[in-house]
Design a binder for this molecule. Structure first.
Ligand code: GLA
Length: 380
């Protein structure tokens, strides 16, 4: 089944890169339960690149889990994850080698899909390195899409060709349930900002069945791990901006930090029920940016999304370096003065309720911060 709301989980790549093993996966699965991540809706435990031996088994041609990293094999891991009521994700690549130079699935798609199904895999991230012929992503992703559909197991297909080759035009024809609409994220504010800004022209390409994937979150990494960049660690406020953007955009939420070591502020952020309810809104309608910045019109100032019922999500964000002051006109979300409405604003972080004026909301947003409201139209 393709997802009706964005998938939620955790992936090894951002923090651990090739340093992955059985113990890490089992401990992390335990943490999903202990920390309440499962209760909050996180379900996929995903092993990214670098899990196999460098070559296929010469007899069976199958990809072989590295016994030094995964001594009991992948079925064992899948069984453990399933015993916790969670789902198991793995990784392969459309090319002959993965991005980390392990065997890819090119020309072995059907064999590999059967192997993944036998192991009990529920999710496959499918990368785009080492392609024998460039410019044919559509063709390769359609092959693996068919292989998974015919594998005998319901496996969510998570395509990852970094937004190249106008992927949004054809990705739904492959059966994918989510697809990377961006390049790789790094644990630096600028990288996160580029991804968030780059999504604005792609808002209309994400919908139930197949969601725009803005890459794994760097929230809570604090420069520990594989995708650390820059001199200074991001601040808690910056991670809050990232998580809020992903939720209001309605993106898949794949945690990328070491969840065994999350501090309590990060845990509270990623399990914030009101934010997650926005991400997981059952209608999964398209977000939009009713107000962008000046003079940089590509940068969002306000992002809105209609939610199930009468409410809407409203994000005020400042990705720039100076304080932002202004008045937001409700007519930009379809509520002109003559509607007779104002907005009741519930702050999803402080849980405080305030009210807009009949036609505007005044805002002040310090740099690298945001405010998120669940807004209800009420009589002015
Ligand atoms: C690519 C992907 C990343 C990660 C690495 C693994 O760069 O975009 O998300 O999977 O490969 O090598």
């Amino acid at each position: 089944m393709n997802p009706r709301t964005p998938p939620l989980g955790w992936n090894t790549w951002n923090t651990f890169g090739e340093k992955i093993n059985e113990q890490l996966i089992l401990e992390s699965a335990d943490k999903f339960i202990e920390l309440g991540l499962k209760d909050a809706g996180y379900e996929y435990v995903v092993i990214d690149d670098c899990w196999s031996l460098r070559e296929r088994d010469p007899k069976t041609n199958e990809i072989v889990p590295d016994p030094a990293k995964f001594p009991h094999g992948m079925k064992f891991i899948a069984d453990y994850i399933h015993s916790k009521g969670l789902k198991f994700g793995m990784y392969s690549c459309a090319g002959t080698r993965t991005c980390g130079d392990y065997p890819g699935s090119y020309d072995h798609e059907f064999l590999d899909a059967r192997t993944f199904a036998r192991w009990g895999v529920d999710f496959l991230k499918y990368d785009y390195c080492d392609m024998p012929f460039g410019g044919q992503a559509e063709f390769y992703y359609r092959r693996m899409g068919q292989a998974l559909r015919l594998s005998g197991r319901d496996i969510l297909f998570s395509a990852c060709n970094w937004g190249s080759e106008d992927v949004w035009r054809w990705i739904r024809t492959t059966g994918a349930g989510m697809y990377r609409s961006t390049g790789d994220i790094f644990d630096a504010f600028g990288s996160m900002k580029d991804i968030a800004v780059g999504q604005l022209p792609k808002f209309d390409t994400s919908a139930p069945g197949c969601f725009n994937d803005m890459d794994m979150l760097t929230v809570g990494m604090y420069r520990q791990g594989n995708v650390a960049r820059g001199d200074a660690a991001q601040t808690f406020d910056e991670y809050r901006v990232q998580f809020a953007l992903w939720c209001v955009y309605g993106a898949p939420l794949m945690l990328g930090c070491d969840i065994r070591k999350m501090d309590k502020d990060i845990l509270a952020l990623v399990t914030n029920k009101e934010l997650l309810a926005i991400d997981q809104d059952p209608l999964a309608l398209q977000p939009y940016a009713p107000e962008t910045c000046w003079p940089n019109k590509e940068e969002p100032r306000v992002v809105a999304r209609l939610l199930d019922g009468k409410d809407l999500a409203l994000l005020f964000v400042n990705l720039g370096e100076n304080d932002a002051w202004g008045r937001f006109h409700l007519e930009r979300v379809g509520l002109p003065y003559q509607s007779g409405m104002k907005l009741r604003l519930r702050d999803v972080f402080s849980r405080k309720v305030s009210s807009s004026g009949r036609d505007t909301i005044s805002y002040h947003i310090p740099p690298h911060t945001c405010q998120v409201y669940r807004a209800t139209p009420v009589k002015a």
